[in-house]
Design a protein around this ligand. Structure first.
Ligand SMILES: [Zn+2]
Ligand SMILES: [Zn+2]
Length: 386
């Protein structure tokens, strides 16, 4: 196995691009392009197929950028690890990999170690830095700086710097191929340290997510992504402080707005229409904390079982699809089909025999499903988790 002459330490919270860039510089290459060509050449000698999986552009090197050839990309990085005499998967461990949630509904995710990150949270054009972190003996880029909602360095309690104070250009080490300096030559370690502000509320306050239980980092990102989707114009701090009440209020508002527009009896309308797709919106975000899900389910059950009758009927008369039933019961669509086939759940509308029910087809009565949910042990598990 050929070897690269200089080896450097790899940090467990480093980005892949940062490590490769530092490695390139430690081996005295003029540019990352030259370094990548050399790597490809060395790989070619080992395993011709894998060499093709490695791009020459630093900003494109991470695994999540690779589509059909992501297998070859991982293989190439695996062989680079071997070349560097690293333990297997140490390099792969600091990549952003494709998330495994491929459900029709779920938004794309990437993963870094055991964290699941909504893909749209990966910064595209600029990577800010913490000037104090860069003052360390071995300056390197933290993977966290690649994430859009990360606005501050919690360790140093300061804002991340997005633009060079001298030339005002946005910082991106993958473009400049410089870790401690801007394109213009300014030493970023000399940036003034500004205290973190309200935008970092979620990062700086450990109690910010307490309404949803004890949340992991991935769950926090999922909550932020959902809140942005549901209330883009609102202050993050206000939404997080409101917790479950925000969802109850949102449900209430949506239903009353839809009821004013309704012309058909509610027994002919879907709950999806009446709640403006609230369950669908929640299902699109993977990794939401159980405390949030159970809070929303409770809010829906209360509305379903206790709404005054109007001239068009009551909310409980509206219809649910198997997918929405699965959400309320916290089970799978297949479970709902089984409950239907065994006669435990009966459809509210007559279906032609032999017709296959589609997962989005609204056929079950909200009130029936709400009652059934309360009778299930899974519901007790959901509520006692709060
Ligand atoms: Zn820092
Ligand atoms: Zn500059």
């Amino acid at each position: 196995m050929p070897r690269l002459p200089a080896h450097i330490q790899i940090y467990s919270d480093e980005s892949l691009e940062s490590y490769l860039l530092r490695l390139c510089q430690a081996n005295y290459f003029d540019s990352f392009y030259d370094f990548a060509l050399e790597l490809k050449h060395l790989l070619w000698e080992q395993e011709s197929g894998a060499a093709g999986g490695l791009p020459t552009e630093l900003a494109a090197i991470n695994i999540y950028h690779a589509q059909q050839d992501s297998g070859r990309r991982s293989q190439a990085l695996f062989l680079v690890e071997k070349m560097l005499e690293l333990k297997p998967f140490t390099l792969l461990d600091i990549t952003f990999k494709h998330g495994t949630s491929v459900d029709l509904y779920q938004r794309a995710t990437v993963s870094y170690q055991n964290h699941i990150i909504p893909r749209h949270y990966l910064r595209q054009n600029s990577i800010p830095i913490c000037p104090v972190c860069l003052q360390g003996e071995q300056p390197y880029i933290r993977y966290l700086w690649h994430l859009e909602p990360v606005k501050a360095c919690v360790e140093h309690n300061c804002k991340l710097v997005e633009c060079c104070p001298r030339c005002n250009e946005t910082l991106n080490y993958m473009e400049s191929e410089l870790i401690t300096h801007c394109f213009c030559g300014f030493d970023l370690r000399k940036c003034e340290q500004e205290p973190a502000d309200a935008k970092s509320y979620w990062q700086l306050n450990p109690e910010a997510f307490s309404a949803f239980g004890d949340c992991s980092f991935s769950e926090k990102l999922a909550v932020l992504s959902l809140l942005e989707q549901l209330a883009s114009d609102k202050n993050q701090e206000v939404l997080l402080r409101e917790g479950i009440d925000f969802f109850s209020r949102l449900l209430e508002e949506r239903i009353s707005e839809q009821l004013t527009l309704a012309t058909k009896p509610l027994s002919k309308l879907s709950f999806r229409t009446l709640s403006a797709g609230l369950i669908d919106e929640l299902s699109k975000v993977s990794n939401l904390p159980q405390g949030l899900i159970s809070g929303v389910i409770k809010a829906i059950l209360i509305k379903a079982l206790d709404t005054p009758k109007t001239s068009l009927g009551c909310l409980g008369d509206s219809l649910l699809s198997p997918r929405e039933c699965a959400f309320l019961l916290q089970s799978s669509v297949n479970d709902i089909y089984r409950l239907y086939e065994t006669g435990v759940l009966s459809p509210a509308i007559r279906l032609p025999s032999k017709q296959t029910i589609q997962s989005y087809q609204t056929i079950f009565r909200l009130q029936d499903i709400a009652g059934f949910t309360l009778s299930c042990s899974s519901f007790m598990a959901v509520t006692s988790s709060r």
